[in-house]
Ligand binder design. Structure first.
Ligand SMILES: Nc1ncnc2c1ncn2[C@@H]1O[C@H](COP(=O)(O)OP(=O)(O)O)[C@@H](O)[C@H]1O
Ligand SMILES: [Mg+2]
Length: 603
């Protein structure tokens, strides 16, 4: 699928380019690809950066000129000229820094915006199975912590790298031109600094990696605890959860403190080293000046320029940590983007026409992969549902009912065999044309934040208020909504905390009804509806199922009895099929289930 806006690279294109090279180079190329659409602004940014750096280098040589050619000879005209040059360099620095800061921000934020959008769309393209294997918290961490780390990489590092390198080079030239002997003396300090920086960055690499891991763990744990808060509370496990969180938090603090210790040791150390070096230069240069070997102006200019030598070394080594966390983030983000959705439309996939609604399972076997383990959920299932027919799937927990539903919706492809709709193998058709004609109502009626009306109209946002009310009335939720102060405009939370599970399911029915799918799958969608309401919605359910091909997975006998056909599953096999009366007469698996139901109903 190509979602990319014109002028930006599509994910597939990005991935293809990435695959051509390996390792760091590959990732940097990925980063460059993100900046490509904005290359004009990037070029401007570098021009501004170069101008700002050059302007920042000007004061020490100007100070030398002012002293040696203006102040000491008493030449006011020259002094004026130098001051004018000084002011000009200050103005250039101001303007160029302004432009550079603005452009870096502009480009960086655009690139990150593109990246977040790409990650989001990539996540949306992933099949349902992808989410069954992953923690939501980890995915959220990709979007937050990792994009944040990349932000620092793009905005800080690029600027620092360029600016510090230029400053260092420029300063080396200036120092050498001011006085070659003093310059050589200064450069002696370079190996010491380089070794210290190297040791520092090796030591800090580990420490920073640990801070990233621990913050990732915190995000993931937080997400899980918040989603599971009801269970945490009902089992009174808050103290344990708090303890675990404290532990993770503690680990994050410890990891961070390790980096703080390293920084505390390194940066003042470098400062000290440069101060000592400056002292040495001052002493040696001062003696030279007293002896008349160098001018006062040279010495002043030299000492003033020294910062331009030491600071960049420090900045560049600091850069390394930003670079590392940025790279680690880039790693994780591209690892995610590299994950090819394994359920993509085939090249040449056709759009399904308006469906009659026949479903056929042809010798379908299905196996879930949980890590290295393979779980066979369906074995050699053959099944046909005629257009407009309602089929009920029954069987014990784990028998494979939900798996059948997922295969019809093509959340997965069968491992063996084929699922066909109106004779089209689902692998040969576009997912969009299938899903627009199919409705799935899961057990947990999920509500998005927004109004009840929005939630009903979810699959058809253009539905009118009248249509929304009609759908709600048909499934029997209208009376309830009408009682609410704000009716259909009532806001519901992320999971509709203000609605009961049963009410949420009714809203989900209305949502399915208004979308008017040809094929409808109800996966235990009535299990949260109480008996009273069930009687109430039986009509609604009948209206919902009428004229559509439906697969209904239900525990309720009343719902099952309505079905034209009942399919009994056991351990992934179809063991029986027929009408309620036929299956009872056969006294087989269904009959046994029926006995159990009656006993539990009697109890
Ligand atoms: N995402 C999954 N990963 C691995 N195994 C799964 C997954 N979903 C279901 N299973 C396994 O597949 C089998 C059938 O599950 P399912 O179709 O959900 O059964 P039912 O809906 O009848 O209770 C079970 O053994 C279950 O453990
Ligand atoms: Mg199930």
């Amino acid at each position: 699928m190509n979602h990319a806006a014109p002028g930006t690279l599509s994910t597939a294109e990005l991935r293809r380019r990435l695959r051509q090279t390996g390792g760091r180079g590959r990732k940097l190329r990925g980063l460059l690809a993100l900046l490509r659409p904005y290359r004009g602004k990037v070029a401007l940014m570098f021009v501004a950066l170069a101008a700002a750096t050059a302007a920042a280098l000007a004061p020490p040589p100007l100070a030398k000129l002012a002293i040696d050619d203006g102040i000491i000879p008493g030449d006011v005209a020259t002094l004026n000229l130098v001051v004018v040059a000084f002011v000009i360099s200050a103005l250039v620095y101001w303007g160029a820094t302004y432009a550079q800061t603005y452009l870096v921000g502009w480009v960086g934020q655009r690139a990150l915006q593109d990246l977040r959008l790409r990650i989001f769309r990539h996540l949306q393209d992933q099949p349902v199975g992808f989410y069954e294997r992953r923690q939501a918290g980890q995915l959220i961490s990709r979007m937050t912590n990792d994009v944040q780390a990349l932000d620092s990489l793009v905005t800080d590092s690029v600027v620092t790298l360029f600016q510090a390198s230029l400053t260092l080079l420029g300063t080396i030239v200036i120092l050498a031109l001011l006085d070659a002997e003093l310059a050589l003396l200064t450069f002696l300090i370079f190996p010491v600094m380089a070794v210290a920086s190297l040791a520092f960055r090796i030591a800090s690499a580990d420490a920073y990696a640990r801070t990233r891991e621990t913050i990732g763990a915190i995000t993931a744990y937080l997400q899980e605890s918040l989603s599971g808060i009801r269970i945490v509370r009902s089992f009174g496990q808050e103290p344990q959860h708090a303890r675990r969180f404290r532990e993770l938090n503690e680990r994050h603090r410890a990891a961070n403190l390790a980096t703080v210790n390293l920084n505390a040791a390194y940066f003042p150390g470098v400062e000290l080293l440069s101060a000592l070096a400056t002292g040495a230069i001052l002493l040696y240069g001062g003696i030279q000046a007293i002896d008349g070997n160098v001018t006062i102006g040279v010495l002043v200019g030299f000492v003033a320029a020294l910062n331009g030598f030491f600071d960049p070394i420090q900045q560049l080594s600091q850069l390394y940590t930003t670079y590392q966390s940025g790279m680690a983030a880039l790693d994780k983000i591209f690892e995610l983007l590299d994950e090819e959705p394994d359920l993509v439309d085939r090249p040449g996939a056709v759009d399904l026409p308006i469906l009659r609604g026949e479903i056929e399972f042809r010798d379908v076997s299905f196996c879930y992969r949980a890590g290295d383990e393979a779980v066979w959920a369906l074995r050699d299932v053959s099944l046909t549902v005629a257009p407009g027919q309602t089929v009920a799937l029954v069987g014990a927990t784990g028998a494979g009912k939900s798996t059948i539903a997922k295969l019809v919706a093509r959340f997965y492809d069968p491992t063996r065999g084929a699922v066909l709709v109106d004779g089209h193998d689902l692998r040969e058709v576009t997912q969009a044309s299938l899903r627009t004609q199919m409705g799935v109502v899961p057990q947990e009626g999920f509500l998005f934040s927004g109004t009840i009306g929005d939630n009903i109209a979810f699959g058809r946002p253009d539905a009118s208020g009248e249509e929304i009310r009609a759908a709600a009335r048909a499934v029997g939720v209208h009376e309830f909504v009408a009682q609410l102060e704000q009716g259909y405009d009532t806001q519901v939370g992320e999971r509709g905390t203000q609605l009961s599970a049963g009410q949420r399911q009714l809203v989900a029915f209305a949502r399915a009804l208004i979308a008017d799918p040809r094929i409808l799958i109800l996966d235990e969608a009535t299990s949260n509806v109480d008996l009273h309401t069930e009687g109430h919605i039986e009509d609604g359910l009948r209206r919902l199922l009428a004229g559509r091909t439906s697969i209904v997975i239900a525990h309720r006998l009343s719902t099952i009895r309505q079905a034209a056909r009942i399919v009994v599953l056991e351990d992934g096999h179809v063991v029986e099929q027929g009408t309620h009366d036929e299956l009872l007469a056969a006294e087989g698996a269904y009959w046994r289930l029926y006995q159990a139901w009656q006993e539990s109903a009697a109890a």
